[in-house]
Design a protein around this ligand. Structure first.
Ligand code: ADP
Ligand code: MG
Length: 406
């Protein structure tokens, strides 16, 4: 097990076919704690896979250094780094059985003398003979025991003699996971490992990966574009965009107190609603013709900002259907999605025409065209300055100020 640290890492790919060089990571600093499950998210092409490949040794950084257990690894070959990667495409060896795939990394891990090689081959060749005729190799015995252990862990025993082409997507995914686990590396790297599975299987495997990681305590970097995976799997989430780390924190920190507009829009589905507002006094915001009170730590952050124009963010659950009073926002329902357990409304504000998404109970009889009144939860406001950065809070956020224990 080991902590991982990226220190001032830059990665620029050379130009292709006369184009410009692609600068993917810019002076990235990122520290992952020993035993931590870190989820990495960001828009497509932002460099998530590049970051994992740099750590795995499949790419070289243009500058900067990467440390695994405080040991600089940029000059080491992939096999020397003690990390194991699981790819979206599984990347199983098609000519090897499940058992062969699980044992591949173990058999490759240490150089063997020609005599040991012969003994290992004889062990494998004589496996089906009666016991007195078998030739055994201690090394092969250990590997077989480890394969059996991993197969039990991932319920792969009945599949050990099959080839990858005889497996379903979910089974291939478990073999890929097993191959990484078998080697007992210090760090797991997983690049969207569930994105080729159907929704039901994804949920089951998600739970299985989290339980395995907590049990083994292996430091894990996990890339996903799935909101549920991002929110539920990791101890912390790192949001990457434009080659820069936008925010690093627990899922609830990012959801409740996004550091900037990018994170506010990226984390959470549906995304945070954004509205132009003006600070109209201490703890007060003006939206169109209406004034709203702000409660919570942000109220103090408004001191001295009267007259400033800001962007306000409101999560869909911080808006409620309310009686028709002149304190509430008058809007027209433009779209209605009934999801069974809840209803997602898209509403157009009468004043200003801004679109808002609102979560309401499923039993509210609403159709497109209906007029509604919306009440804002006073502690739900989030505020961003002209540069898109969240207003600094005068005191620590109320949610999980400390790192979780691993
Ligand atoms: P992500 O995994 O976040 O979608 P990637 O790390 O795969 O993003 O890629 C980041 C950027 O680097 C993309 O613009 C991609 O086109 C570019 N890129 C990735 N690999 C190479 C390569 N080998 N050569 C040139 N450009 C590359
Ligand atoms: Mg990728």
């Amino acid at each position: 097990m080991a902590a991982v640290r990226f220190q001032q890492v830059c990665k620029t790919y050379p130009p292709r076919r006369g184009g410009e060089p692609v600068s993917v990571l810019r002076q990235l600093d990122l520290a992952v704690d020993d035993g931590e499950f870190l989820v990495l998210v960001g828009p497509s092409g932002c460099g998530k896979s590049t970051l994992l490949r740099l750590l795995a040794g499949l790419e070289q950084p243009s500058s900067g250094e990467i440390y695994v257990a405080e040991r600089p690894v940029s000059r080491l070959r992939p096999a020397q780094r003690d990390v194991a990667m699981v790819f979206q495409s599984y990347a199983l060896y098609p000519h090897l059985t499940v058992a062969g795939n699980l044992g591949f990394g173990l058999r490759r891990s240490r150089p063997r003398t020609p005599l040991q090689q012969l003994q290992d081959s004889l062990h494998q060749a004589s496996r089906s003979l009666p016991p007195p005729l078998r030739i055994t190799s201690q090394r092969e015995r250990r590997i077989e025991a480890r394969i059996a252990e991993v197969a039990t862990m991932l319920e792969l025993e009945p599949l050990l003699d099959r080839l990858p082409k005889e497996l379903s997507g979910g089974q291939k995914q478990r073999v890929a996971l097993g191959r990484a686990i078998a080697r007992q590396p210090s760090v797991f790297l997983m690049d969207e490992p569930l994105s080729n599975l159907d929704a039901k299987l994804r949920t089951g495997t998600r739970t299985q990966i989290v339980e395995l990681q907590r049990r083994l305590g292996t430091t894990t970097l996990y890339v996903t574009h799935d909101q549920v995976e991002a929110m539920t799997m990791g101890h912390r989430i790192a949001v990457l965009s434009g080659g820069v780390l936008q925010q690093l924190g627990t899922p609830m920190q990012l959801y409740q107190w996004p550091a900037n507009l990018f994170v506010a829009q990226f984390i959470g589905s549906p995304a945070m609603n954004l509205l132009p507002v003006e600070v109209s006094g201490p703890g007060q915001l003006q939206l169109g013709q209406r004034r709203f009170a702000v409660e919570g730590p942000l109220a103090e952050a408004l001191a001295g900002r009267t007259g400033q124009r800001l962007t306000a963010g409101l999560r869909p659950e911080h808006l409620r259907l309310a009686p028709a009073t002149n304190r509430n926002l008058n809007a027209t329902v433009s779209h209605c999605e009934l999801l069974g357990n809840e209803q997602l409304l898209t509403c157009k504000l009468e004043d200003g025409g801004h679109l808002l998404q609102v979560r309401v109970a499923p039993d509210q009889p609403l159709v497109a065209g209906a007029t509604v009144f919306l009440e804002v939860e006073a502690s739900g406001w989030r505020l961003f300055d002209a540069a898109g950065d969240a207003l600094p809070l005068p005191r620590p956020t109320p949610t999980e100020p400390m790192l979780p224990r691993f």
